[in-house]
Design a protein around this ligand. Structure first.
Ligand code: DGL
Length: 277
């Protein structure tokens, strides 16, 4: 969260949430469940996904443009729901003068949770770009230099989940293959550092057993957002007035179908290509 000009912030404004696509709806769901009075504008950059396979330069470019769009829509706060975008661009978004509202991401709250729970043997699974950034390890070590981090890119999991392959034998086999990697043998916690992985959290927990605490960012990010809204005195005071918009930069039937899996409710995705023109 960066210092922002409170006078410009409007309690009634929506919260802008963005992701590379529809996976960030897992974070949006945690937010709308925890903060039912708040309105959200969700933006999924489906035209450019997967961010996990993109360069940092491209991801930063997308992230700034989306945040500027969300600001233009009157958002009072921004949530970077995408782990890949947060690891590549959070610092640069926080330094962007045009983004004059608080920014919450999914990385810092999860790092703080690990520190709070006192874990020192930490495993991380995420997209290629998130692992390449090394951001989780750097942030964890900056808070506790005794932490050992074992991290692995698990690029098959995003398409697997998007195709609806979870809680079945195929997903079990793929997850088992990844987690059998010897580096995860001694971890105390495994961080699911990707928007999509909450959908396979139970499967992962079952495979790892109860000795290893499986953590994801959804609730901790929503709780951090709640704190930030309170601290900036921009919580929505009106009850029963929340309105949600779910925008995507490219709209296909498959995105429409899959969105409900991530949000756990039927939603209407609207096409809004902020890149054209
Ligand atoms: N939203 C991305 C993340 O959390 C996963 C999908 C993608 O690679 O775009 O890292």
């Amino acid at each position: 969260m960066q210092k922002r000009e409170n006078s410009l912030l409007k309690k009634n404004g929506p919260i802008g949430i963005f992701d590379s696509g529809i996976g960030g709806l897992t974070v949006a769901k945690a937010i709308t469940d925890l903060l039912p009075n708040e309105s959200i504008i969700y933006f999924g950059d489906t035209k450019h996904l997967p961010y996990g396979e993109k360069s940092d330069v491209a991801i930063k470019h997308y992230a700034h443009k989306i945040c500027h769009f969300l600001i233009s829509q009157g958002c009072k706060c921004i949530v970077v729901a995408c782990n890949t975008a947060a690891t590549a661009a959070y610092e640069s978004l926080a330094a962007d003068e045009l983004i004059n509202v608080p920014i919450v991401d999914v990385v810092n709250p999860l790092v703080d949770e690990v520190i709070k729970l006192g874990f020192t043997e930490v495993g991380i699974i995420a997209t290629r770009a998130t692992i390449r950034s090394d951001r989780y390890r750097e942030k964890l070590l900056s808070k506790n230099s005794k932490i050992n981090v074992k991290q692995m890119a698990t690029p098959l999991l995003v398409p697997m989940i998007e195709e609806g392959f979870y809680q079945n034998n195929i997903s079990k086999e793929i997850i088992q293959k990844y987690l059998a990697h010897s580096s995860f043998k001694d971890v105390e916690t495994l961080l699911l550092a990707c928007t999509h992985y909450p959908l396979i959290k139970d499967e992962i927990q079952a495979i790892l057993g109860n000795q290893i605490k499986v953590l994801d960012s959804t609730l901790v990010a929503a709780l951090r957002l709640k704190e930030v809204l309170k601290k900036n005195n921009i919580e929505q005071a009106n009850k029963n007035s929340s309105k949600h918009k779910f925008l995507v930069s490219d709209l296909t039937d498959s995105f429409k179908r899959t969105a409900a899996h991530f949000y756990r409710n039927e939603i209407d995705l609207e096409w809004n290509d902020i890149w054209k023109g």
